[in-house]
Design a protein around this ligand. Structure first.
Ligand code: SAM
Ligand code: CA
Length: 232
């Protein structure tokens, strides 16, 4: 086995250890139910990992976040993790082009008693963000935004999100390691859709690291989450 393969195996074993020891035993019952329900869906690979959900939950609580947004819902794992972490009067503006998948998880969200916090909008997120930005009342309105959707639009989302979050608030961008492809050699064998979005993720990571309006921290949780804290 090569040194690289040994390292990858050690990372996988550590991730498994974290899930088994610290994440699954603490996973709230509604999230477990939603994760198991989603596992049978053909696109289940898209769901947020349980450690990602746990991380979002503790972050939102530390921040005392109340007014939030999510771009990219799928069946709602990160949405439910957020809804459970927010106070009773917390709000999530949630957007996805696919309502059907959201409705698959909705009964679990309703049973958990947190559906009243969610304002779901079906359709592309960008026009909704444009509409929000047009109204100055929405500037600095959000405590937290989680982006987990079309990677080729991350920079477009960032341009708008930065206007919409408060100074001191956080924007979390998911999949910034893009299945490890961001660090792969240029000629590494990659699946077609990984190769297609890789350049967008690389460009996003580069631009974000140079953006003077934010502090960042890229975490190797799930497929990589980059936290951006607005500082100006
Ligand atoms: N956060 C979700 C979870 O925890 O299960 C996973 C989201 S999944 C990786 C990405 C989602 O982005 C898909 O459900 C897809 O329909 C949605 N999406 C893709 N393009 C979009 C767009 N332009 N606007 C809004 N949502 C979009
Ligand atoms: Ca994701």
């Amino acid at each position: 086995m090569s040194l690289n393969q040994t390292r990858m195996l050690a990372t996988e074993v550590s991730c498994r250890y974290i899930l088994d020891t610290s994440v699954y035993p603490k996973e709230p019952a509604p999230l477990k139910e939603l994760r198991e329900l989603t596992a049978n869906h053909p696109w289940s690979i898209m769901t947020t990992s349980a450690d990602g959900g746990q991380f979002l939950s503790i972050l939102l609580k530390i921040m005392n976040a109340k007014n939030t947004m999510e771009i990219g819902v799928y069946t709602g794992y990160s949405l439910l993790a957020t809804a459970l972490a927010l106070p009773y009067d917390g709000k999530i503006l949630a957007m996805d082009i696919n309502r059907e998948n959201y409705e698959l998880g909705l009964p679990v969200i309703e049973k958990a008693g947190v559906a009243h916090k969610i304002d779901f909008r079906e359709g592309p997120a960008l026009p909704v963000l444009d509409q929000l930005v047009q109204d100055e009342k929405n500037h600095g309105k959000f405590d937290f935004i989680f982006v987990d959707a079309d990677k080729d639009n991350y920079l477009n989302y960032h341009k708008r999100n930065i206007e919409l979050v408060k100074v001191g608030a956080i924007i979390g961008y998911d999949n910034t390691l893009w299945r490890g492809s961001v660090a792969a050699l240029p000629d590494a064998p990659l699946r077609k859709h990984i190769r297609y979005y890789r350049d967008y993720v690389l460009e996003f990571n580069k631009v974000i690291a140079a953006d003077q309006r934010i502090e960042i921290c890229q975490l190797p949780i799930g497929d990589g989450i980059t936290l951006c804290r607005r500082i100006s």
